[in-house]
Design a protein around this ligand. Structure first.
Ligand code: GLN
Length: 234
């Protein structure tokens, strides 16, 4: 059944909003509004419980301290239920890391993650920073974005990489060809940009999943031009 109104949950953007990742929610909202589809955005703060009835959840990047606080607030908050229901989730950078089993933050502390994805994150010797181009699965066109993380994420057997890196750093730094993660209803990526502003086809894939069926096409416009321009920069 398709949803008549799509409820997007922006999870703690005050903590997980590094490098403009809050823009992902704006992109999702605009692409629904352009199609005349009713949309509601629920933005959670440190004072709110996580709503579990959303159609799409969005987590962004965050610096280590903010990330650890977000993790504390999300522990036992219902994300596991959201995933059991098969609700789509976009998790970027810190958002991706905190869904794994453990992560190591800047001072070397090992922090247990929410353990809903089969991945763990150690620490890079040097921060992975740079433009990335990658070939994703899911029938999507090439991805463009930029990475900026100190974590080195390694996937376990239940998780698959979202994309194969063609240029720039991967999950565990410059030698790693894996970009992001796919597991269940989660699409995880290290890409900022925001990633959905750079890659409108990924935004539409998430929206189609949230809607539960196809959405009307949009005319090709500035988002597609930006996507093509960033790929051409390579
Ligand atoms: N704090 C994490 C790291 O440095 C995530 C960074 C980010 O979200 N950009 O690996």
């Amino acid at each position: 059944m398709t949803a008549s109104r799509i409820r997007i949950v922006s999870v703690l953007p005050g903590l997980l909003g590094t490098y403009g990742d809050g823009g992902n929610v704006l992109v999702l909202e605009r692409r629904l509004a352009w199609r005349g589809v009713d949309v509601e955005v629920v933005t959670t703060t440190v004072d709110d419980p996580l709503p579990v009835g959303g159609d799409l959840y969005v987590l962004g990047g965050g610096e280590d301290e903010a990330q650890v606080l977000a993790l504390k607030l999300l522990r036992g908050a219902g994300l596991a239920t959201v995933l059991e229901r098969g609700t789509p989730v976009l998790a970027v950078c810190a958002g991706l890391q905190l869904l794994g089993s453990t992560l190591v933050v800047g001072d070397g502390t090992v922090v247990p993650g929410l353990d809903v994805l089969d991945l763990s994150t150690g620490r890079l010797e040097r921060r992975a920073v740079g433009e990335v181009i990658a070939r994703p699965g899911l029938g999507l066109p090439q991805l463009t974005g930029f990475a900026n993380h100190g974590g080195a994420t390694v996937l376990g057997p239940a998780a698959q990489p979202f994309a194969r890196v063609l240029s720039g750093p991967g999950n565990a730094g410059h030698a790693d060809p894996d970009e992001g993660v796919l597991q269940g209803s989660v699409v995880g990526t290290y890409l900022h940009g925001p990633v959905l502003a750079r890659n409108p086809a990924l935004a539409d894939l998430l929206l189609t999943r949230a809607h539960g069926g196809p959405l009307p096409d949009l005319p090709v416009g500035p988002p597609e031009a930006l996507h093509a321009a960033r790929l051409a920069d390579r």
